[in-house]
Ligand binder design. Sequence first.
Ligand code: 5GP
Ligand code: MN
Length: 348
Amino acid sequence: MNGLKTAILPPFMQQPVLFYPQLAQPRKIIITVHQKPDGDAMGAALGLYHFLKNLGHDAVVISPTNWANFLNWMPGSNAVVDFERFREKSVQLISEAEIIFCLDFNVLHRIKNLAPFIEQSKAAKVLIDHHEQPQEDEFDFGISDTNKSSTCEMVYDFIIASSYAEKINSDIAACLYAGVISDTGSFKFPATGASTHSMVADLKRRTNFNHTIIHENMYDNFLEERLRFIGHALLYRLDVLYEENTAMMVIPKADLVKFHIKTGDTEGLVNYLLSIEGIKFGALLIDREEERKWSFRSKGDFDVNVFARNHFEGGGHKNAAGGRSADSLEANVKIFKQVLKQYKEQLQ
Ligand code: 5GP
Ligand code: MN
């Protein structure tokens, strides 16, 4: 395996073409993603998984944690190994891996308790990701492009550049499309480029995958309780700070319990905040079991990646980022309102 790593001596971020020779013979491959994988992470992992299987590799997707039920329609999702539930099996698979793909994250703390096992593995580690500031020394090969709409678009580029594009089937197309719509807000966010639309057109031409069913699976597949929870949150948990053009929402644990809120049920909630006229910064705080989890979204130039890094141990992209804190909800709200004052001018 060491031979495999040193055979090509790739500087970080060289073109993936340098990596392809390693796929010339069947390999044991692990694909992993950030904790609580979203549509982009799961779509990228499963899109790549089907591609590698089609090439004859022994590929397994390991998720650091569980994921939202609304991703379970994705072909191959039933074969994804949840590290928290199947720890021994995961550790065994990682110890045998020759190649590990790290998708849709670029710092090891985002894979939680899986991190030490990936870090210690002797496998070649390949990063494909679009978040800011990658932890470069952790990966042997990599493509890090913060201008890309989604990791799914990058996996598509990786497949096309491999010269095995004929291996793309409707399963791969469906997974990659789902990730693109998740991360672009269905082609709305600024990172949606001509390349994003070209990719979708190409996938559609190649496979004629059914995009309508994918939208229904992703967005029209919830329980009544989740809709009522959103109504409750909008009515009782929203705080609009007009002076700073900011809207915030704070969800206490009791709400999550009352409405039986599961992983994934709060996805998209933060986007409502930016739907208020004039609001440029939306911040959602949720009292999760182990930590207080922040989601930040912005419109225009206000950089929530910087905000999350500076104040809430997080990061992400300019217009969408996340963060966390071990402090109480109340302490978080207090800190948020205090530091927000520094940004008042930027938010005008
Ligand atoms: P969300 O609010 O949906 O959890 O996260 C928004 C975006 O920021 C996603 O692209 C997510 O992957 C990224 N993100 C969330 N938390 C972190 C973090 O702690 N560090 C980094 N680098 N990115 C994060
Ligand atoms: Mn992503």
